[in-house]
Design a protein around this ligand. Structure first.
Ligand SMILES: [Zn+2]
Length: 479
C-alpha cells in the first residue's frame, strides 16, 4: 500500500514552471498536493533526495484498462485480409472494426476480480513509465450476460481499487453507451456489458458521486483527490437526446468523448445528421475547456480551427491510432490555431509517454517530409514543446490542475536516470529530447504520485504482488 508522506523532496535538477532549476526543495500537503517549491535550497535532514532530472508527472488522459489484457493479440491477419498490393485505404480486410470484434470477444470473460487484477498491473506500468494520473474511460459496467451487477457500480469500484493499489491519480469517467450505432441502433451482443438507458446511467453517476465526493469535503479513501467526470462514448453510441440529458446532469467536471476516429464514422454521421462528427459536436454541444475530444483524427481545416478556438483538449493516442490504422491528427494546424492536446495510451498497445509523444511528432514528419514539426519555432526543443503541451493539456482535461511543479499542483514527480548511457552529458531541454526520441530503455528511476514515493530505483512498491495477481488472471483468461 501507499507509503506515508515524507516531509519533503530534494531535487538536484528539476523542470519547474519557470524553467530548469537546481537544488529544488519541494514540500507536500497532506492531500498530496505541493505546499511549497523553491530552488537554490540546501537539502535539510529528513528530506528524500531524488538524484537525476525531475519532471512533473504526465497525465494519461485516455485509458480502457480492460484492453490491457489483449494488448498485442490483434496482430494476426484475419480471413478478409487481402494481402500486399490488394488492399488500398477503405478496402475490406483488417481494420479498426475487425479489431473491435476481437476485443469484444476477449473481454467477455473479464469478471470483477480479473478486471481489477488487469487494471492494477496496467496502472503500475503507467507509473513506471512516467504517467502519474490516468483518466479511465470506463464502459465495462455489467456482467458478461449484460445484466447489472448487484451493485451497479461494481466494475467502477474495481477501477478505484486498482488505482488505489498502484497509487496513481485517477479521473474516473463512467461511460454512457446508449446505442449500438448512429440513429439509435440497438446494441449488439458484444456491447451488452456497456449499455445503459439514461436513467440507469444517472443512478450510477449518483452512486459514484457519493463514493468519490462525499458531502462535507474530501473523499476519505486511500486515494486522494479522485476526479469524477462523465464520458458520452461517441456520437454513434449516444443519440442527441441522451447527450443533452447527460450534460444537464453533469454541469461541471471533465467531459470526454470519442470523436471522428474513423472515416466510416464520419460518413455515418454525415449520412445521419448532414454534419461531420466534430462539426456536429461543436454546433450542438458547444464543447469548452472542460471537454476532451478523443482522437478527433478526421477534421476539415475549419473543424480544426474551430476545435482549437473552443478551448477543448484534443485527446491524442498516437500508438493506438497507428495500431488501428485510424489516420493522422492534423497536429500542426491545430497547434498553429492555438489548440491544446494531451496524450493517452488508450488500448495500451504501448504504455509509455515516450512512445506517444515520439509518434505524435514522427507521424507529422512522415506526412510532411520535415523535421521538428511541432517544436513551435526556431531554436525550440521538440521534446520540450511536446512535453509542455501534453502536461498542460492532459492535466487540464483530467481535472487535476494546476499543471506542473507549482504550489497547489499535485505532487507528481518523475525522475529520469541521468546516469544512464542514453542521458549522459545531457542537460536542460536536451534531456527531454533524448528521453523522448532516444529513450529506448526504461529511464524513469523514481516516481512520486500525490506526494508518495511509489517507484524507487525503478521498482514499484507493490509490483511483485500486482504482477502475481495479473499472471493468475491472464492464465485464467487464456483457459
Ligand atoms: Zn478509446
Amino acid at each position: 500500500m501507499a507509503p506515508p508522506l515524507p516531509p519533503a523532496y530534494f531535487l538536484p535538477r528539476a523542470l519547474l514552471a519557470e524553467g530548469w532549476a537546481r537544488d529544488v526543495l519541494l514540500t507536500c500537503r497532506p492531500d498530496g498536493r505541493i505546499a511549497t517549491v523553491a530552488a537554490g535550497m540546501a537539502c535539510p535532514p529528513g528530506a528524500v533526495r531524488l538524484p537525476g532530472a525531475a519532471l512533473p508527472g504526465l497525465a494519461n488522459l485516455h485509458s480502457h484498462a480492460h484492453q490491457r489484457a489483449i494488448a498485442g493479440l490483434g496482430e494476426a491477419a484475419g480471413p478478409g485480409n487481402a494481402g500486399p498490393g490488394n488492399a488500398g485505404p477503405g478496402a475490406a480486410g483488417d481494420s479498426f472494426w475487425s479489431w473491435r470484434e476481437a476485443m469484444y470477444r476477449a473481454v467477455a470473460a473479464l469478471d470483477p476480480p480479473l478486471f481489477e487484477a488487469v487494471a492494477a498491473q496496467l496502472y503500475v506500468e503507467m507509473l513506471k513509465s512516467g504517467f502519474t494520473t490516468v483518466a479511465e474511460f470506463h464502459y465495462l459496467h455489467h456482467a458478461p450476460d449484460g445484466r447489472p451487477y448487484a451493485d451497479p457500480a461494481e466494475m467502477s469500484l474495481r477501477v478505484l481499487a486498482a488505482a488505489a493499489t498502484a497509487g496513481i491519480g485517477l479521473t474516473l469517467l463512467p461511460v454512457l453507451y446508449a446505442a449500438g450505432g448512429f440513429g439509435g441502433a440497438p446494441a449488439g451482443p458484444g456491447q451488452r456489458r456497456f449499455v445503459h438507458d439514461i436513467d440507469g446511467f444517472l443512478r450510477l453517476l449518483a452512486r459514484l458521486r457519493a463514493l468519490t465526493q462525499p458531502a462535507g469535503g474530501q473523499p476519505d479513501g486511500a486515494l486522494p483527490g479522485v476526479v469524477l467526470g462523465v464520458a458520452p462514448h461517441s456520437l454513434r453510441a449516444v443519440p442527441p437526446e441522451a447527450l443533452a440529458a447527460l450534460l444537464a446532469a453533469a454541469p461541471d467536471g471533465p467531459v470526454h468523448i470519442h470523436v471522428a476516429e474513423q472515416p466510416r464514422e464520419v460518413a455515418d454521421c454525415l449520412a445521419q445528421t448532414g454534419q461531420r462528427p466534430v462539426e456536429w459536436l461543436l454546433a450542438h454541444a458547444r464543447p469548452d475547456a472542460r471537454w476532451c475530444l478523443v482522437h478527433a483524427t478526421h477534421m476539415t481545416g475549419a473543424e480544426t480551427a474551430a476545435l482549437a478556438a473552443s478551448g477543448a483538449v484534443a485527446g491524442l493516442c498516437p500508438t493506438t491510432e497507428a495500431n488501428l490504422g485510424d489516420g493522422i491528427f492534423p497536429a500542426e494546424a491545430f497547434l498553429a490555431a492555438g489548440g491544446r492536446f494531451g496524450i493517452g495510451s488508450d488500448s495500451h498497445i504501448s504504455v509509455s509517454p515516450v512512445e506517444e509523444l515520439r509518434w505524435l511528432e514522427y507521424a507529422q514528419r512522415l506526412a510532411t517530409g520535415r523535421r521538428a514539426v511541432l517544436a513551435g519555432g526556431p531554436g525550440r526543443s521538440t521534446g520540450r514543446a511536446l512535453f509542455d503541451a501534453a502536461l498542460a493539456g492532459g492535466t487540464a482535461a483530467s481535472g487535476h490542475g494546476p499543471a506542473g511543479l507549482v504550489a497547489g499542483g499535485r505532487a507528481d514527480i518523475v525522475v529520469l536516470d541521468t546516469s544512464h548511457p542514453l542521458l549522459l552529458a545531457r542537460d536542460g531541454d536536451a534531456l527531454l529530447d533524448s528521453w523522448i526520441f532516444a529513450g529506448n530503455a526504461p529511464l524513469v528511476r523514481h516516481v512520486v504520485a500525490a506526494g508518495r514515493h511509489v517507484v524507487a530505483d525503478f521498482r514499484h512498491a507493490a509490483e511483485a504482488a500486482v504482477a502475481r495477481r495479473f499472471a493468475a488472471a491472464m492464465t485464467t483468461l487464456a483457459e
